[in-house]
Design a protein around this ligand. Structure first.
Ligand SMILES: O=C(O)C(=O)C[C@@H](O)[C@H](O)CO
Ligand SMILES: [Mg+2]
Length: 382
């Protein structure tokens, strides 16, 4: 079998899908994207394509190593996201060629269903109570929200109180009938992270995510020493070679590699196994589309330490496009009380509505994340 063509489709809300065609008519789909830099990733996919055309798509491990090592420079958000989407499509092709779902190629199921969580509250975490109420009716009992708005490197007691009050309100309204993660989203710097974590402890969040920016990962063990709240991170780390330092230093209990940023299924299966060796759990990051989610689930269903899966249905970013808009059979992602069953179809287990993708790609938005500034005019982490 030989790869004959790679085609990228930038689609609303802010995603990109990749179609890889072969000379035997089998097609694989991937989701290579960096939100806000889709065109950069598109160019990287095209550059990898110059090598991939004519290659055997079944030699996933060799193609991965060539893409990673063959270009001298390696790693980082753009290249690893391009590789991720290509890798996903190659696994899709392999599963379809053999007539089995990817999880069968990776040793079979380790669980019968996977727990997911839903976002509430938006960029500026408001109306989380209403959001939780609505999603509880849909059967969810676990949620995630942003912990703050702009947050200064050193900030006021009032800002701390506002962030804590929102969380107190949730526990007040729902008690222990629900669980929730709080995403600091890298908006909080180390001095304030320690203060906020301490003040949030009484409300026992399931985790606090990106308590500080990934480039400050040396703070994870120190913050973990200072709090009982499990710390989570990973969406802005792109390979085993970055994650290994997190394992060696400790501090992160819940690892969140993104299947569309961290080199794809081939790389994230290895990251998951490394995490298990350090007794670290896996909760893949996925604010993206259907192929990203399907790829996460293929890894979840073979990873003993996978504990919960992010999915973007209804997330505040999904203006103009939703996960289920681009799949032929929405039942592929059948949610029952927040749990998803294994995707039994061959390959990644989801059939893309190609017509819809092509039509949507005709007016893809140039999505950019907002640029936030502090009152003093300096750039604020979004
Ligand atoms: O889902 C999450 O945990 C996020 O932090 C969302 C963020 O990753 C945006 O997708 C960036 O554009
Ligand atoms: Mg996050």
């Amino acid at each position: 079998m030989k790869i004959t063509k790679l085609t990228t489709y930038r689609i609303p809300p802010r995603w990109m899908l990749l179609k890889i065609e072969t000379d035997e008519g089998i097609v694989g789909w991937g989701e290579p994207v960096i939100e806000g830099k889709a065109r950069s990733v598109e160019t990287a996919v095209e550059e990898f394509g110059h090598y991939l055309i004519g290659q055997d798509p079944r030699r996933i491990n060799d193609l991965w190593q060539v893409m990673y090592r063959g270009g001298f420079y390696r790693g980082g958000a753009i290249l690893m996201s391009a590789m991720a989407g290509i890798d996903q499509a190659l696994w899709d092709i392999k599963g379809k060629a053999l007539g089995v779902p990817v999880y069968e190629l990776l040793g079979g199921l380790v669980r019968d269903r996977m727990k997911t969580y839903s976002w509430v509250g938006g960029d500026r975490p408001a109306d989380v109570i209403a959001g939780i109420q609505a999603l509880r009716e849909a059967g969810f009992d676990t949620f995630k929200m942003n912990g703050t708005e702009e947050f200064g490197l050193v900030d006021t007691s009032k800002k701390v109180d506002a962030a804590v009050a929102r969380i107190a309100e949730i526990r007040e309204a729902f008690g222990n009938d629900i669980e929730f993660g709080i995403d600091f989203h890298g908006r909080v710097a180390a001095p304030m992270a320690k203060v906020l974590l301490k003040e949030l402890e009484p409300y026992r969040p399931l985790f606090v995510e990106e308590p500080v920016l990934a480039e400050q990962a040396e703070y994870y063990p120190r913050l973990a020493e200072a709090t009982s709240i499990p710390l989570a991170a990973g969406e802005r780390m792109y390979s085993r070679f970055e994650f290994k330092h997190v394992f060696e230093r400790g501090g992160i209990s819940i690892l969140q590699p993104d299947l569309s940023h961290a080199g794809g299924i081939t790389e994230c299966v290895k990251i998951a196994a490394m995490a298990e060796a350090y007794d670290v759990t896996l909760a893949p990051h996925c604010p993206l589309g259907p192929i990203a989610l399907a790829s996460c689930l293929q890894v979840d269903f073979i990873s003993y330490n996978a504990v919960i899966q992010e999915q973007s249905m209804g997330i505040h970013y999904n203006k103009g496009g939703e996960v289920l808009d681009y799949v032929l059979n929405p039942e592929d992602f059948h949610l029952d009380k927040g749990y998803i069953k294994p995707l039994p179809k061959p390959g990644l287990g989801v059939v893309i509505n190609e017509e819809k993708v092509i039509e949507a790609s005709r007016n893809a938005p140039e999505w950019r994340n907002p640029l936030w500034r502090h009152f003093d005019g300096s750039v604020a982490e979004w």
